[in-house]
Write a protein that binds this ligand. Structure first.
Ligand SMILES: [Zn+2]
Length: 68
């Protein structure tokens, strides 16, 4: 029997780890970010603008994340 790349244990662990990392980043951006993520590219202006916070604002409230 030929083992495909998707059946190897290392690949499965990388998929699990990658999915968990992406989920963590997504949860941070949707639920917790207060402008810090975009400040990496926009500087302090991102904290004033708080674009991701405003974009995900209703989702935050619906999901029960602390907001303001
Ligand atoms: Zn709010």
């Amino acid at each position: 029997m030929v083992e495909t790349v998707w059946e190897s244990r290392a690949t499965r662990w990388m998929l699990v780890a990658g999915t968990a990392a992406l989920a963590g980043v997504f949860l941070y951006l949707v639920g917790l970010d207060q402008g810090d993520a975009l400040s990496l590219v926009q500087g302090d202006f991102a904290r004033d603008q708080n674009l991701l916070h405003e974009f995900f604002h209703d989702v935050r409230h619906a999901a029960g994340f602390p907001c303001h």
